[in-house]
Design a protein around this ligand. Structure first.
Ligand code: PMP
Length: 422
């Protein structure tokens, strides 16, 4: 069964020889055509959540119209179709990450994925004296679960610092990898600074020291061509809603032996082979970790999102976003009193900034009235903002479907609203 509209499969959007028709790509995103406060929308909050192409929207619509049933239980035709569609999405996602489908646990997103590692891998293993190493640039989803584990096991958290330009301080990180460190939790790409961490090298160093690695790939999967198998990590978490997919979808990749050694996190239907009041025989991974009815239509949509990203081409997406980032950085740097946080070489298309004398929330509110959506606040990364000594920043995060014209409109709106604030 194909739950995808033919449009995804025919006429590839990316003609990689001659370049991609970005206007045509943009036309796939209906939400981008709307107005906000009477102004054309300029959506620059992509690190928060991404917009969805018609192909993703249509795939879910078609699933509910024609194939809706629960997965794994029913032998009737619809049950089989729904199960096939759900497993097809797992296969597509596995291919996208270059991992094996049996090693990919489908879940609601990165927050769930990291909690799964915390509760199923870390909680039974860690003890007083052990150390969990995290970087200062982590999202709260890669901090708080480790604090909960630390509280319950007596392990402690150690923080690896960053350099003023937003790069990880690798020398300090490797020095912090002492014998007590059992786990390293690190972002692939920072949601605030855009820093792309050298995760392959970091995981190699951790592995040499027997440290298990959890990489938060939330901000990497939408922007970079990934090869998780080659990365050498132990766990890799992604979230669907930032990669053109529906909310409430995501995945945890883990090595098969790790998944086999871990107890289930959530118990219920779907994750068992046999249940009696004397005990339960669990299903094999990854199903052992997928109790209950999953977000089936959501994963059909995520499968369509993967098809979409691949049809545009991840290399083309990365190149397009670098170009947009360079333009936006230049436009913002021309604004007097504007300070950018995070200038690491090769960074992703995320710009956190402040303008002297203006509060981040005030600017974001006024920009909204101009049709420009940027995020203001702490971006679920309080410790990182504490490092920079600021209470909040504005963040403009770009996606391949943004345009150069939108960047100019954003910069012009920023100059205008800055003036309004005096
Ligand atoms: N980690 C990072 C780096 C993120 O940017 C986000 C989303 N803001 C998360 C984790 C949380 O992911 P989810 O929305 O899937 O819970």
């Amino acid at each position: 069964m194909s739950t995808l509209p033919a449009a995804v499969h025919d006429a590839a959007l990316g003609n990689h020889e001659g370049g991609v028709d970005w206007n045509r790509v943009r036309a796939d995103f209906p939400l981008l055509m709307r107005e906000v406060h009477g102004k054309p929308l300029v959506y620059l909050d992509n690190a928060n959540t991404g917009q969805k192409p018609l192909q993703v929207i249509a795939s879910q619509d078609e699933f509910y119209r024609r194939h809706n049933a629960n997965v794994s239980r029913a032998v009737h035709a619809l049950g089989t179709e729904a199960t096939e569609a759900y497993e097809a999405a797992r296969g597509k996602l596995a291919r996208f990450l270059n991992v094996r489908p049996e090693e990919l646990v489908l879940c609601s997103g990165t927050t769930f994925a990291i909690n799964l590692v915390a509760y199923s891998w870390a909680l039974p293993r860690l003890k007083a004296g052990d150390v969990i190493l995290v970087s200062r640039m982590e999202h709260h989803a890669n901090i708080v679960p480790w604090q909960l584990v630390a509280q319950r096991t007596g392990a402690t958290i150690r923080v690896a610092g960053i350099l003023p330009d937003g790069q990880l301080d690798l020398d300090a990180l490797y020095k912090a990898m002492t014998g007590e460190v059992k786990l390293l939790a690190v972002a692939h790409v920072s949601n605030v600074l855009g820093t792309v961490n050298p995760v392959r090298e970091i995981c190699r160093e951790a592995r040499r020291r027997g440290i298990t690695t959890v990489v938060d790939g939330s901000q990497a999967a939408p922007h970079l061509k990934l090869d998780v198998a080659a990365m050498g990590c132990d766990f890799y978490a992604i979230t669907g809603h930032k990669m053109c997919g529906p909310t409430g979808t995501g995945a945890l990749w883990a090595r098969r032996d790790l998944l086999e050694s871990m107890p289930p996190f959530i118990g219920g239907g779907e994750m068992i082979k046999e249940v009696s009041f004397d005990g339960t025989v669990f299903n094999d991974p990854p199903h052992k970790f997928e109790a209950g009815t999953p977000n089936i239509a959501g994963f059909v949509g995520l499968g369509a999102a993967v098809d979409y990203l691949e049809s545009v081409g991840m290399d083309a997406i990365a190149a397009r976003e670098s170009e947009l980032l360079a333009h936006a950085t230049e436009a913002l740097q021309a604004i007097p009193g504007l300070r950018i946080f995070g200038t690491a070489p090769g960074k992703a298309a995320v710009i956190s900034f402040l303008v002297e004398g203006a509060h981040a929330h005030d600017l974001a509110t006024l920009l909204d009235l101009e049709g420009v959506a940027v995020r203001s606040g702490q971006h679920c990364a309080h410790p990182l903002l504490q490092f920079f000594g600021v209470a909040a920043t504005l963040r403009a995060s770009l996606a391949f479907y943004n345009t150069h014209d939108e960047i100019d409109r954003f910069a012009a709106a920023l100059v205008k609203v800055r003036r309004l604030l005096g």
